[in-house]
Design a protein around this ligand. Sequence first.
Ligand code: HEC
Length: 150
Amino acid sequence: MKKKIIIILIAIVVLIQFYPMEKPTVTIDNPNDLLVTSKVPENISKLLKNACYDCHSNESIFPWYSNVAPVKWMLYDHISEAREELNFSNWNSLETDDKADILDDISSMVLEGEMPIKGYTILHSEANLSEADRELIATWADEMLDLIYE
Ligand code: HEC
């Protein structure tokens, strides 16, 4: 009986792998990327790369488990949604007002501890931001917001 259940479970896991789902595309060369087009201090760019770029850029890195259903259903969705809200790879093609809105959001989301989303940091310890890191990102975003309208 136990054996039967295990075989059925394995069969389900194998079968769900065939459910079609489009993987978010990955491009490494992004001429409009924030870090390419703006002067971002090294420490900030490192924090953004480590804690945000997997979801909010075209440079997402997909570890093996991220391509296995059912994990991939959630991850692919998260990444597509995250890129829709904010994609650092398209930064320079955004309107000034949109950039301003996003910088304002970045500052508050990071200070309130809402980003990076919980769960991500369990498997990505480098994305675990300290209070000081959060302050650094927020201050940078606020300063950049001031500069945008100059
Ligand atoms: C594991 C994926 C993931 C990571 C990593 C991540 N985000 Fe997000 N982010 C999302 C998703 C999904 C959304 C859209 C849904 C939502 O708002 O919760 C989002 C939304 C946002 C928004 C828009 C919020 C709004 O609703 O106005 C901002 C700004 C943002 N993230 C900033 C960041 C910053 C800054 C980092 C890095 C410190 C980061 N995110 C890391 C997944 C992620």
